[in-house]
Design a protein around this ligand. Structure first.
Ligand code: CA
Length: 362
């Protein structure tokens, strides 16, 4: 056995341990009908032509088609084309479609604890989140939460650190957040609420008009790439960083469990590998395109890119702790997943301090 063969056996064993799958058999192995073509549908939570986020599922489907030699064909539908964006989870759960692409905080109303598999204000960034998911038991917890719905999840990318959002007034103290009508989803919205603000839920397509007309005072969206695409720089002057509320939002591949179980083992393996490849592509694409779009923003005279003052960050961090503790009292699963997330984070933190944090201080 060559070094490469040994390495790929180890990788395979790790993937199987992480995903709880059966040993895959190679295409053409006993019991596999290699002539059978599976035609699956995949719905997403993103608008058509949405950069990176909607390109990623299309890339995933293409990879699966190539690797399976056309035995698994996946047709991708953007949000609203087959089902509304916020009904993706239900569509996969009910078996109307086999696959979905989104982020777990969209299902907070149904599964509050799912938010830990999306992002946590002042929580871990991409590398910590993915260390937890792939190696620290996170993925198993995630799948336990979704099991009653007949759904499985696999990580399929991360947005990286987001931006803090667009404001029409300067944020100089936490008092400036009082009464502020701001579009901010998930746990970040709950933190804003506790800090005296007024979080508003609104889809991306509505943001520009709402901000420009003053229906909302501020909004976060993603980062320079997507924010410029919506033209938010023409509706507000101050662009704050960092996105304390979304430090590393994980994207998810949702799979209908019954349909997954009907898939031959080699095709299951291909789906897992395509998801892993798409994950790498997504995060690196976000870093690349955001860095380029930021340069474009710096060149715009009507935009000021500003950091949240340290005092505001510290107060929001304290309010976040209170918010998470209060949410944990309302839901036992939230409490259990929060404890697991915190335990992993505490064990990971010293390594993070000696590496990325130490370098950031240079
Ligand atoms: Ca966001």
């Amino acid at each position: 056995m060559t070094i490469l063969q040994r390495a790929s056996c180890v990788l395979l064993a790790l993937l199987l341990a992480a995903c709880g799958g059966d040993a895959p058999r190679v295409a053409g192995g006993e019991g596999i009908d290699t002539g059978k073509i599976y035609r699956w549908k995949m719905v997403t939570t993103w608008p058509a032509n949405f950069p990176v986020f909607q390109e990623a599922p299309e890339l995933f489907a293409e990879q699966v088609r190539i690797m399976s030699n056309g035995r698994l064909e996946i047709k991708v539908f953007a949000g609203g084309e087959l089902v509304p964006a916020l009904q993706v989870f239900d569509a996969v759960s009910q078996g109307a479609v086999e696959l979905g692409h989104g982020s777990a905080y969209y299902w907070a109303g149904k599964v509050p604890a799912a938010q830990f598999f999306s992002t946590v204000p002042f929580g871990m960034e991409q590398k910590g989140v993915e260390a937890w998911l792939y190696h620290g038991g996170g993925l198993e917890l995630w799948n336990e939460l979704y099991e009653p719905f007949g759904v499985m999840a696999l990580p399929i990318g991360n947005t990286g650190v987001q931006m803090g959002g667009w404001f029409n007034k300067k944020i100089e103290s936490i008092a400036d957040l009082k009464g502020l009508r701001m579009r901010v989803p998930g746990l970040g919205g709950k933190v804003l609420d506790r800090a005296g603000g007024n979080p508003i839920l609104m889809s991306g397509g509505e943001l520009y008009t709402a901000l420009e007309r003053g229906t909302i005072d501020a909004t976060e969206w993603v980062g320079p790439l997507h924010d410029l695409r919506l033209g938010l720089n023409r509706a507000a002057r101050y662009y704050y960083y960092p996105g304390w509320h979304e430090p590393g939002t994980e994207l998810e591949l949702l799979i209908n469990t019954a349909r997954w179980n009907s898939l031959p083992a080699d095709l299951q393996h291909i789906v897992k590998q395509a998801a892993a490849a798409t994950s790498t592509w997504t995060f690196s694409a976000m870093e690349y395109h955001n860095s380029r779009a930021l340069k474009e923003l710096f060149a715009k005279k009507n935009v000021e890119v500003l950091p949240f003052p340290q005092e505001v960050m510290e107060e929001l961090r304290a309010v976040t702790r209170q918010t998470l503790a209060s949410e944990a009292e309302k839901d036992p699963d939230f409490k259990r997943v929060y404890a697991a997330y915190q335990a992993f984070r505490e064990s990971y933190q010293p390594w993070h301090e000696l590496t990325s944090r130490a370098l950031a201080r240079e």
